[in-house]
Design a binder for this molecule. Structure first.
Ligand SMILES: NC(=O)c1ccc[n+]([C@@H]2O[C@H](COP(=O)([O-])OP(=O)(O)OC[C@H]3O[C@@H](n4cnc5c(N)ncnc54)[C@H](OP(=O)(O)O)[C@@H]3O)[C@@H](O)[C@H]2O)c1
Length: 271
């Protein structure tokens, strides 16, 4: 027996592509004090969204991002919340709703990257690796679990992954890569669980970007090893704006039927 699919009746004339696509929406960007998170928060504000950012240590940088967001004419707040402590997730979401009234869009951006040592290296710090799992994986899951209690019909969850979540091109990436790959699996399951609410759940797998994280792992991104260059179809680092644009697209009305997907913005690293 055929099953009748509903038509996309929610798409109406009022969805004017010339207007700010996220006006009236409230977004939370975790790790919005620096790097891609700050760029994403600003890009969401450019589309009219009110934006909360979280951070763990950089209070001054977070405050500066909030000022830049407010200068764009949107409401903005910064909230300190350690993503490595799952108990912080519910208060973070409650804080966003308390200060901005609701939550429509969750961007799981905050992460750390510990790379360089193989898992059989006697010098590897497995406690630090466990902390990385706590932040990059369990903290993201805790934030999603808290958010789904308040996300409305049509809400958005976008998590920032990495190309190494699909293709581990070098030794020394195991725990970081796996912490990101786990989010892809969780995203697919969550997309299934939340589809009936028209909540979409997706991953944007970023390429190497010129941020503090990349500098900490790779040194200067201007002097990448030749093997790294060869791993990319387009051999350069990603602009923050290129990755943020994919996140903003997934947050917007034109992406209403994209869920459980992984979008690679990494110059063909995963090709
Ligand atoms: N940079 C790259 O080349 C690259 C490549 C692929 C994927 N990615 C992914 O892109 C995302 C952003 O990376 P990025 O390069 O912009 O990183 P970044 O420059 O190191 O910034 C990290 C952000 O996450 C926050 N954060 C770190 N630990 C946290 C914790 N325990 N609780 C709450 N917030 C925490 C930081 O807050 P504080 O400022 O308070 O510390 C900061 O806002 C990450 O998911 C990363 O894995 C990055």
């Amino acid at each position: 027996m055929n099953v009748r699919f509903p038509l996309a009746s929610h798409l109406t004339e009022k969805d004017n592509p010339m207007s700010q696509s996220l006006a009236g929406k409230v977004a939370l960007v975790t790790g919005g004090s620096r790097g891609l998170g700050a760029a994403t928060a600003l890009a969401l504000a450019d589309q009219g969204a009110d934006v909360a950012i979280s951070y763990v240590a950089s209070a001054e940088k977070a405050a500066a991002v909030v000022e830049s967001l407010k200068a764009k004419g949107v409401r903005a707040v910064a909230i300190q919340a350690d993503q490595g402590n799952r108990a912080c997730a519910e208060p973070l979401i409650a804080n966003v709703v308390g200060q901005l009234g609701k939550l429509d869009i969750l961007v799981n951006n905050a992460a750390i990257a510990l790379q360089g040592k193989t898992i059989d290296d006697p010098q590897i710090d497995n406690d630090a690796m466990d902390r990385q799992w706590a932040i990059n994986t369990m903290g993201v899951i805790a934030t999603i679990r808290a958010a789904v209690k308040v996300l409305p019909e049509g809400g958005r969850i976008i998590s920032v992954g990495s190309g190494v979540g699909t293709r581990i091109a070098f030794p020394g990436l195991t725990d970081y890569a796996a912490s990101k790959a786990a989010i892809v699996g969780y995203t697919r399951g969550a997309a299934r669980d939340l589809g009936r609410r028209n909540i979409t759940v997706n991953v944007v797998q970023a390429g190497v970007m010129d941020t503090d994280m990349a500098a900490g792992v790779l040194g200067s991104v201007e002097q990448l090893p030749p093997a790294f260059e060869q791993a990319h179809a387009i051999p350069r680092v990603a602009a923050l704006s290129e990755v943020a644009a994919a996140i903003v697209f997934l947050a917007g009305p034109d992406a209403a039927f994209i869920t459980g997907s992984v979008i690679d913005v990494n110059g063909g690293f995963t090709a």
